[in-house]
Design a protein around this ligand. Structure first.
Ligand SMILES: [Zn+2]
Length: 211
């Protein structure tokens, strides 16, 4: 078995297919809004959820599965795993996998590290769990942006066939400030209107990989 897991930033394809990915959820308000939007438009996305948010919002995870979205593992606690013990990292990943399986996820569960940081200590763990690590090639910094147009500009600048776009449907609450992802939602609304006009179609990450 390989000791280094596979890192995926984008998929090399000619077809104009891209993956929308959302980290840190589910969130009771913003995730459901996205799911409504995707349902209306027949779009499938990939959600890298944290275990602690799965526990709080099982109903939303069930809805994601039912509506055909892909679920990924974003650790249990969303700690920076770089400085954690190996046993703790393994537990962070396995606990989240178990929750997703309990709720009905049948496919491979890919992993996206919290903060997108490389997990030097965790590489062999991820390899032994047979995980693909899904990164991105279209960063949006949407978690610190109030203007959807700025988010869109960043996407249009980088997007190409096989792109993986990273967005956030939830986040970490800092100093009592409520999580606000309205700019992300608004950007996604415009994006799913505009990208098909440019010939793009949306796929889940696994659909991109297996294309
Ligand atoms: Zn995150």
């Amino acid at each position: 078995m390989a000791l280094i897991p596979k890192f995926i930033y984008k998929v090399k394809i000619k077809m104009k297919l891209v993956a929308l990915t959302f980290d840190d959820g589910p969130h009771p308000l913003f995730t459901n809004e996205l799911l409504d939007l995707f349902k209306e438009n027949g779009i499938k996305a990939t959600f890298f959820v944290t275990g602690k948010n799965i526990v709080k919002h099982k109903k939303i995870v069930r809805r994601m599965i039912k509506e055909g979205h892909e679920l990924g593992n974003h650790s249990y606690s969303h700690w920076n795993l770089i400085f954690k013990k190996k046993s703790m990292i393994r537990e962070e990943i396995e606990k989240t996998d178990r929750l997703l399986r309990e709720l009905g996820v049948k496919d491979d569960i890919h992993f996206r590290p919290p903060f997108g940081r490389f997990l030097f200590a965790a590489l062999s763990i991820l390899a032994s769990l047979n995980k693909k690590i899904i990164m991105w090639n279209v960063p949006t910094k949407d978690y610190k942006e109030n203007d959807p147009k700025v988010i869109l500009k960043r996407i249009y600048k980088r997007i190409k066939p096989g792109s993986i776009i990273v967005l956030h449907d939830s986040g970490i609450e800092r100093s009592g400030k409520k999580i606000d992802r309205q700019a992300t939602i608004d950007a996604v609304k415009m994006l799913i209107d505009e990208l098909p006009k440019r010939g793009y179609e949306f796929r889940t990450v696994s659909e991109l990989i297996n294309n």
